[in-house]
Design a protein around this ligand. Structure first.
Ligand SMILES: [Zn+2]
Length: 296
């Protein structure tokens, strides 16, 4: 696994930056879901953006879920990232490929469409916190930045990149998330944004071998401080037991139908594609457990 995330801070300690290279984990998502180019770009960018957000904001056992709820052909995109920098996700329609834009890039904006960008954070409190903003761009990086600025009042700049090869494999994936801390002067922010605007296309740089450390120095300056380097990965925490728990929440009549008519059930995890099979006897056990709990 070559994917990792770097946390850095500028010389004045007023700008926090996270950079990541994530080709392997986006490749795993592409293979698990058999996504085509536009779906790969939407899912990949959302996976990378969510990882950066998790790296910036989560600790311990916390997790966050990003929902990109657009009306474009790819359909809703759901990604969950953990504080340990593992991530999983899926798109409703994996088999979307669109004609390229004039500049040759994948038309991600078209693929996403209009709608809502939602972030739910489970911080171990009673109620998870959800923030929602309209999709302002559809290119996804700008939507993460807009969400951070509007919903969390953290002035931010975000860059996300996924390069899809003609045979649908992933050529590169990566990105950055810059957050201005309260002490950041306008002059510092303006200078840094100018540096970001002058960067060559992220995809080209990553394909040319740029590392997250290189990217951090390009954005914050060579005098920045690199604080941390952590591995990142695609990981789904599903299991047969976990889905049995979900079956238990179905109506008794639905479980009965699975037992009497289907003589078993097969569930597929949306996040990773793993399949879980339950025999008639296992379903009877689940139903018995459900009824036993109801009696309390
Ligand atoms: Zn799974």
């Amino acid at each position: 696994m070559n994917d990792y995330l770097v946390k850095a801070i500028d010389k004045t300690k007023n700008l926090r930056l996270l950079t990541v290279t994530a080709k392997d984990l986006v490749s795993e998502a592409q293979q698990r879901h058999d996504t085509w180019s536009a779906s790969s770009a939407v899912l990949g960018r959302t996976l990378v953006g969510s990882l950066l957000l998790a790296g910036a904001e989560l600790t311990d056992k916390e997790e966050l879920t990003v929902r990109l709820l657009g009306n474009g052909p790819v359909g809703p995109t759901i990604v969950t990232a953990q504080a340990d920098l593992t991530v999983k996700g899926y798109v409703k329609n994996p088999h979307i490929a669109l004609p390229p834009k004039k500049d040759g890039h994948i038309d991600v904006k078209q693929a996403v469409g209009q709608g809502w960008f939602e972030v739910t954070k489970d911080l171990g409190l009673k109620e998870p916190y959800t923030g929602q903003v309209p999709i302002v761009s559809g290119e996804i990086a700008e939507d993460f930045a807009y969400y951070l600025t509007k919903s969390e009042q953290i002035p931010s700049a975000v860059g996300l990149s996924v390069f899809v090869n003609p045979n649908n494999t992933i050529g590169e994936a990566g990105g950055f998330m810059l957050q201005a801390l309260p002490g950041a002067s306008d002059e510092l922010i303006t200078r840094t944004i100018k540096r970001i605007k002058e960067l060559p296309a992220l995809s080209t740089s990553f394909l040319d071998g740029m590392t997250p450390e290189d990217l951090a120095r390009k954005i914050l300056g060579t005098d920045c401080k690199l604080l941390e380097k952590d591995n990142v990965a695609y990981k789904c925490d599903c299991s047969k037991e976990k889905y049995a728990g979900i079956l238990e929440t179905l109506k008794t009549s639905q479980l009965q139908a699975m037992i009497n008519e289907d003589h078993g059930a097969e569930l597929t995890c949306s996040f990773c594609g793993n399949k879980y099979h339950y025999t008639e006897d296992e379903l009877k056990d689940i139903l018995a457990k459900k009824n036993a709990e109801k009696d309390y």
